[in-house]
Design a protein around this ligand. Structure first.
Ligand code: TYD
Length: 167
């Protein structure tokens, strides 16, 4: 099935300069990257992204982690990989959530760690299933930032919106 997966290079991946390695590993899938952006993550975005974990004891730490509070920059690289079995292929390369249990040659097995605070710093996020992918992609991207039409859109007319443009 042709599907799409949201991939995030999390703050630990960026501060350890792992973007190139991660993209090289993911290129083994022969999937297409159909969107990419660097994102300054807000608390609202982080909490919406991890809403399924909000009752877990580690939720506050996971939010801080995605916000970049344990690393040098508040940034995440967000991408959409698209093609046959995209979710399965990307999750296989990513490895298990717990980096100590992840297959050693997987991305998380190679580069992830469990911190002394108990947070799994596992370098990347990959959507878990098509419904999660849709919810997450709509959180991280607007339709005009994606080069393939993935989900239905509607036109809206905005009045009195202030936007930055090049001076
Ligand atoms: P989850 O959505 O369960 O896993 P995945 O990212 O593999 O889809 O968890 C989200 C993140 O929360 C996970 O990437 C790392 C962190 N986490 C912990 O720090 N401790 C935990 O016990 C779990 C389950 C997750």
């Amino acid at each position: 099935m042709i599907e799409q997966a949201l991939i995030l290079v999390k703050p630990d991946g960026l501060s350890k300069s792992l973007t190139g390695n991660i993209l090289t590993r993911l290129s083994e899938t022969k999937l297409e990257i159909i969107a990419a952006r660097m994102v300054r993550v807000t608390k609202k975005l982080a909490e919406e992204h991890y809403q399924h974990l909000k009752d877990k004891p580690f939720f506050p730490a996971v939010i801080k982690y995605l916000l970049g509070e344990y690393h040098d920059r508040k940034k995440v690289m967000a991408m959409i990989y698209w093609g046959e079995d995209a979710i399965k292929k990307c999750r296989q390369l990513a490895g298990a959530t717990n980096p100590e249990e992840a297959e050693p040659t997987s991305i998380r097995g190679s580069y992830g760690r469990i911190t002394t605070r108990g947070v799994y710093e596992n370098v990347i996020h990959v959507s878990g299933n098509p419904a999660d992918a849709e919810r997450e992609i709509k959180l991280w991207f607007q339709p005009d930032e994606i080069i393939v039409d993935l989900y239905p859109t509607k036109d809206i007319v905005l009045n009195s919106v202030t936007k930055k443009t090049w001076a």
